[in-house]
Ligand binder design. Structure first.
Ligand code: DAS
Length: 355
């Protein structure tokens, strides 16, 4: 009789343990990691190669296996969407990635998304997702400045932080986020500022917060429209209008403006010095493009500050759009998205003020 009672007790204990594990699993949020390549998936020949390496080599499953600590944070699933260096991203790939994010955030069993990405165009993808994914669930884009094979590699902690934030209820509704170097940045505001340091990603308006030892510390929230509050939706976008950037500088000729202007673009982002200044010999070139239906978006090559409308350039008179605080590469993203809805200049300018 006693042995029977012991067996009964052990079976009961086993069921209780299984129930506890199942409950714990059920309680943990589910985060999907969409891998696209970049340095965070890079590999170098030796531990001293922090800048000399091949990007986009390590598959997502290997990235996740290398981070067993994630099991305490969330149930993590990995998908390899692309395996490319991000300087090679195309509009088509942006659309493909956004469509996958949009489909996943609609799933009730998905609580957050992480996108691993090369750092070169990470800021463009993060901004694009910020504009077109209609969700309040956390979406975090993350990269690294050193490959995982290097001494003091930054990818593992960046990825861990990204999953922590993507699994966090307090990250909901803050737009697309970027976790790099312990900071939580707004996908709208952040840019890669230094091409060879781990402390590279900065916003002139500062980070939204920090992640320290798996805990989020928030200090501010975005005020520009994004994600669930956006008027744009990737589900309604089939293609992005061609929008190109031409930088300006002393002695700038009209060559590049003419060449780009003939390529069928819908808008040209002028990356001017100072307050988005336009050389007097280039004004008529831009006016000619405007008369042909090409929108002119006046941005600045100066990293910080913002372009004022009608300051040194009569934007009202020329029917141009001021890019506000968006650097040329982000102004291109917003112009391409805005043009899926309108080609009215006043509407375009409203969109540049609001997003
Ligand atoms: N070539 C860079 C890219 O893929 C590598 C990196 O920094 O991620 O963006």
């Amino acid at each position: 009789m006693r042995i029977f009672k012991l067996e009964q007790w052990l079976v009961g204990l086993a069921f209780a343990l299984l129930a506890t594990v199942a409950a714990a699993q059920a309680a943990k949020p589910t985060v999907v990691v969409l891998a696209t390549g970049g340095t965070i998936a890079g590999a170098g020949a030796s531990a001293l190669n922090s800048a000399t390496y091949a990007a986009a080599k390590v598959p997502v499953d290997k990235l996740l296996v290398g981070l067993p600590e994630l099991a305490n944070v969330a149930t993590v699933k990995g998908e390899q969407v692309f395996q490319i260096a991000s300087e090679s991203f195309t509009n088509e790939q942006l659309l493909t990635l956004a469509r996958r994010v949009s489909a996943l955030v609609k799933q009730a069993d998905v609580d957050g998304i992480v996108v691993t990405h090369g750092t070169d165009t990470l800021e463009e993808t993060a901004y694009f997702l910020n504009l077109v994914i209609r969700t309040s669930k956390p979406i975090v884009v993350v990269g690294s400045m050193r490959p995982g094979t290097a001494l003091s590699a930054d990818g593992a902690l960046n990825l861990y932080d990204a999953v922590v934030v993507a699994a966090s209820k307090d990250a909901a509704g803050k737009g697309v986020l970027v976790t790099m170097n312990d900071e939580i940045q707004s996908g709208r505001d952040v840019s890669k500022n230094v091409n060879i340091k781990t402390d590279s990603f900065k916003s002139q308006w500062g980070p939204l917060g920090m992640v320290v030892e798996g805990k989020n510390y928030w200090f501010r929230a975005p005020v520009k429209r994004h994600t669930a509050g956006s008027e744009f939706n990737i589900d309604d976008i089939t293609t992005l209008a061609p929008v190109e950037v031409v930088y300006s500088y002393g002695n700038v000729p009209r060559t590049a403006f003419d060449a780009v202007g003939k390529s069928g673009i819908k808008a040209l982002v002028h990356g001017g010095p100072g307050n988005g200044s336009v050389a007097d010999r280039i004004v008529p070139v831009l006016q000619e493009l405007r008369s042909q239906g090409v929108h002119i978006i006046r941005s600045s090559r100066v990293p910080d500050g913002f372009v004022l409308r009608n300051a040194e350039q009569p934007d009202d008179k020329y029917d141009w759009v001021a890019a506000h605080d968006l650097r040329p590469q982000k102004a291109r993203i917003l112009a391409a998205v805005a043009l899926t809805k309108t080609s009215d200049t006043k509407e375009l300018q409203r969109i540049f003020w609001e997003y």
